[in-house]
Design a protein around this ligand. Structure first.
Ligand code: 1HN
Length: 345
């Protein structure tokens, strides 16, 4: 590839004249914005072990009352982006949130989409768009763009969950903002029961309720059972994986980030091909080994790690007798909508 001219090749006075007119020559920077073959990725493979994070999160519970925090969260920041950017990848934000018994995190709504993967504790709930969603280990709860949400806790132990948002992207788009609100009235029970059986959905006689997000809570008990059934039914399947979808459309459950759950059979090693989107992995149950570029992470339950796009990721179950379950979040819906999605052989 041909060498292009550098900024230093240009006379100082010419550079000053350009800058005075808010003009920049493209050619000295062309190769850095369009590198040959593979993009520049700031996202580094990083692991956040829960054993190291948990005591620091509990300390935040002692140091900062919920009224002073609104949301008491430690952000899982990728140093490749700079910790202050609060990014796990170019488009994914991750945070571990703590709610203590009796606390309430007030209602608000915002443009970024969020999901919560419940990590520890019982008795907390989140109310999303008037729907009270109980939180239990492994449940996935959606907070799509624009929907009111607040969190409460009637139990007696700390509750922790992993927040996954498309905040870095929405912020970069200069479209991120919040609206504060009052406590919501609970108008219906969690909608998941109406969508609990695969292949059939409610069929209203009159107009179909036009909800963009008909299902807000995906209970882990159902997802786990789906994975075990799939593994038993299709023993030859290359990956025991299910996607969290909108049950009315069968499409992605949110617009920007995609979510799935993977079961690694006892002793199984699975290599996911290099794909353009970055990916986050969170261990729900069991023990895995994850290899990305020159990194090797040993994941125990509640550990979280991430991988940049365009590299293969190898996941291995560290047990020869028990299955391992991993929650995956990635930027696939975004890449597909933008037409930049790639899988490399
Ligand atoms: C948010 O609204 C929550 O509602 C958690 O629990 C984390 C991070 C950035 C922006 C909004 C929540 C968040 C957030």
């Amino acid at each position: 590839m041909q060498e292009l001219g550098q900024l230093a090749d240009l006379p100082e006075s010419y550079r000053a004249d350009l800058a005075a007119q808010n003009l920049v020559p493209l050619w000295p920077s062309l190769r850095s914005v369009l590198p040959p073959g593979t993009p520049v990725r700031r996202t580094r493979p990083i692991c956040w072990p829960y054993a190291a994070l948990r005591p620091l999160l509990m300390r935040a519970g002692e140091l900062t009352p919920i009224e002073k925090a609104e949301r008491r969260v430690l952000v899982l920041a990728n140093p490749g982006h700079g910790l202050e950017k609060m990014q796990a990848s170019s488009s994914i934000y991750l945070g571990m949130q703590l709610l203590l018994p009796g606390e309430w995190a007030p209602s608000h709504r915002h443009t970024p989409n969020a999901v919560r993967m419940i990590v520890e504790g019982e008795g907390a709930y989140t109310t999303v768009d008037g729907e009270k969603c109980l939180m239990s280990r492994g449940d996935l709860i959606l907070t799509p763009t624009g929907l009111w949400h607040e969190h409460g806790h009637d139990g007696d132990q700390p509750v922790v969950w992993l927040d996954v948002l498309d905040l870095p992207l929405v912020y970069y788009l200069e479209a991120s903002y919040v609206t504060e609100g009052k406590a919501q009235a609970v108008t219906r029970d969690a909608g998941e029961r109406a969508y609990q059986r695969g292949g059939v959905v409610p069929s209203p006689v009159f107009v179909r309720a036009d909800k963009s997000y008909p299902m807000l809570r995906y209970p882990w008990s159902e997802v786990r059972a789906a994975l075990l059934t799939l593994a038993a039914d299709q023993p030859g399947i290359e990956a025991v994986q299910v996607a969290y979808v909108n049950p009315e459309t069968g499409g992605d459950c949110l617009n920007i980030l995609g979510f799935s759950a993977l079961m690694l059979r006892p002793g199984e090693t699975l290599t996911l091909p290099a794909r353009s989107p970055a990916m986050v992995m969170h261990q729900i149950e069991g023990d895995s080994e994850i290899r990305v570029e020159d990194q090797r992470f040993l994941l125990a339950p509640a550990d979280t790690c991430c991988a940049p796009g365009y590299v293969p990721v190898t996941l291995a179950n560290r047990s020869a007798t028990l299955p391992a379950f991993v929650f995956l979040a990635d930027e696939t819906p975004l890449h597909k909508k933008l037409g930049i999605y790639e899988v490399r052989p």
